[in-house]
Design a protein around this ligand. Structure first.
Ligand code: F6R
Length: 589
């Protein structure tokens, strides 16, 4: 949530770089944006509501130091005054912030009593004012930032600048910050796509760390003690093209199409690592899978993979509920944390809970070097490449593929699992052809005016029914709900009306007769039954054909729903890449 960007160096277009960097971070928040830059001995500032997409980077003045922010509102509405950067009264200090300063009210009162005047409703605005207070005690700007940070409770990634120095000071506690080292300066941002076109050499800040850079050199230190730290440089392997939309109208469509290759990339794992992970699951006394939203649905499907493929019981919880599981945890427990971004606050909290009980953690993530990957004892990367659209698509199928692979390894059948998944990847390649997309666009056209839509599935298709609902809700704003097929008759069936679209997810599996009989129940109440299945059935009013993929059925069944959700959004005039109220990386609880 919220994207932050900073550059200092030899280039004279720092403010323009900030605008471009923020455009790449807009998936983290897009209700308002702002940039501050160093102009001689003053700070220039531009803040606006709405998306940054329209602004020409060259319209900003020449400068060699700038910081910027794209916002997902938490404290205070969407106004230019609440947009970052925030400044102190005499406009000598500017700050951008991602996260939440939990004790901001108390600090605000304290600062008000000292005469400070606030112009916004944000928690962030206390930061420049507090730094100003500490600058009365020290003339070292970085030290003043350090002292201010020691007063904050909550989570933050901040960048701060001052008119008297040509440095950016950054601090991290809970919200991601990554340094990009280029030959002509340093970048600091919430995520790597912000500077990927300038450098692939990165250094990750850990919690409780600070960075000071003047564009020529950089110093990492402990936020509390000031003790200097050495940081490893890491080369990012993601390509710039992967982070771009290319000829596609939207990132969501591009990322759906990327699945032609990304599922195969997910399968491309180091076998020894997979076997080591499988052994850890085998030896664990209690394995818990957690994730949020779409990743949680991958975990739910994972439960079925482990059960059906390996006969192994695992526990699943939304990461936001996991802290209540602390009573079940012990040093022999294993937490499997699934996340695309690797930065989700609820998942990080679950990891903390597990670690506090001495349990081990396996991360299944997309972002290499992310906080979750670094906090884990074992990490498996899903290799989906950058996912920019808010709605997760290729990350989900990558997560499913890796979970399946681990389940097969656990069953001692890794080669079989790998073969099945590679066959599935090739089926996805065949499936995602223009004719298929046209057909799904026509299905979308037929149902786009509906305000309600239901999806049912059983076994591993039940989590995919829940995921289908998320996908359709978040981009098209149709009220979509997923149910376990067998649960229909216990309540939800009362909602079914004549002509209501009802999607039925099916596979050639042990629950096929049951889900078909649920489809009959829907049809008998007037439901317009859209079957997603390898074989046509007379119950279906519409048949969306999918390959028969055995244990990989959930992977192939969700893909047409992703395409359908995309077309529903576009045909209803919505921007599928930036749905209202949402942000890609949810770094608040
Ligand atoms: C929905 C979606 C979200 C994320 C959730 C977790 O399309 O993208 O539900 O799945 O916010 O995010 P990660 O996977 O980054 O932890």
């Amino acid at each position: 949530m919220c994207g932050i960007f900073g550059y200092v160096g030899n280039r004279s277009n720092a403010a323009g770089l900030a605008v471009n960097g923020l455009k790449s971070l807009e998936y983290r928040g897009y209700d308002s944006w702002g940039v501050a830059w160093k102009e001689g001995s003053a700070l220039g500032l531009r803040k606006e509501t709405g998306k940054i997409s329209g602004i020409n980077p060259e319209s900003l003045p020449a400068c060699s130091l700038a910081i910027g922010h794209t916002r997902w509102a938490t404290h205070g509405g969407v106004t230019a005054a609440n947009a970052h950067p925030h400044l102190n009264e005499d406009r000598t200090i500017a700050v951008v912030h991602n996260g939440i300063i939990e004790n901001y009210q108390e600090l605000r009162e304290e600062l008000k009593a000292k005469g400070h005047v606030f112009l916004s409703e944000t928690d962030t605005e206390v930061i420049p004012h507090l730094i100003e207070e500490y600058l009365k005690e020290t003339d070292d700007f970085a030290h003043a930032v350090r002292l201010a940070c020691q007063r904050f409770t909550g989570r933050y990634g901040i960048l701060a600048v001052h008119t008297t120095s040509d440095t950016i000071v950054a601090a991290r506690t809970g919200s991601p910050l990554i340094v990009g080292k280029a030959p002509d300066g340093f970048f600091i941002a919430s995520d790597t796509p912000a500077f990927l076109e300038h450098t692939r050499t990165v250094q990750y800040l850990d919690d409780g760390e600070m960075v000071i850079t003047n564009g020529k050199s950089i110093i990492f230190s402990d936020l509390k003690t000031g003790e200097e730290k050495l940081k490893r440089e890491i080369e990012i392997t993601w390509s710039i093209d992967e982070a771009r939309k290319g000829d596609y109208a939207h990132f969501m469509l591009k990322e759906i199409m990327d699945q032609k290759e990304s599922v195969a990339r997910a399968v491309n794992q180091n076998e020894e690592e997979i076997i080591e992970v499988a052994r850890a699951i085998e030896n664990a006394r209690g394995t818990f899978l957690v994730g949020c939203g779409t990743a949680h649905k991958a975990c739910m499907a994972g439960e079925h993979f482990f059960s059906i493929v390996a006969g192994k019981h695992v526990n699943v919880a939304p990461a936001s509920e996991f802290k209540l599981y602390h009573r079940f945890l012990r040093p022999e427990s294993l937490l499997i944390a699934v996340s695309q971004s690797g930065e989700t606050a609820d998942v990080l909290e679950a990891i903390q809970v597990a670690k506090s009980k001495g349990a081990k953690v396996l991360a299944i993530v997309n972002s290499p070097g992310s906080s979750i990957a670094r906090a884990a004892d074992y990490t498996l990367l899903i290799n989906a490449g950058p996912e920019r659209a808010v709605a997760s698509t290729k990350a989900l199928t990558g997560q499913l593929a890796v979970l399946m692979l681990v389940a097969y390894a656990l069953a001692g059948k890794l080669a079989e699992g790998k073969k099945l998944l590679l066959e599935t990847a090739s089926m996805i390649n065949d499936m995602l052809n223009p004719r298929y997309a046209d057909y799904l666009s026509r299905v979308a056209d037929h149902i786009k005016a509906k305000e309600d839509l239901y999806i049912i599935g059983r076994s591993w298709n039940y989590p995919m029914a829940l995921e289908s609902a998320i996908k359709i809700q978040e981009v098209s704003y149709i009220h979509a709900e997923g149910f376990a097929g067998g649960e229909l008759k216990h309540g939800p069936i009362a909602l079914i009306e004549d002509g209501m679209p009802c999607i039925v997810l099916a596979g050639n599996d042990e629950v096929l007769p049951d889900i078909l009989s649920n489809a009959v129940q829907l049809k008998a109440r007037g439901g317009y039954v859209i079957g997603v299945a390898p074989e046509r059935n007379e119950i279906f009013d519409e048949w969306i054909r999918v390959p028969d993929a055995g244990a990989a059925q959930p992977i192939v069944n969700i893909i047409p729903i992703q395409v359908l959700a995309y077309f529903l959004a576009v045909q209803r005039g919505k921007d599928p890449d930036m749905p209202r109220n949402l942000a890609k990386s949810v770094t608040v609880k």
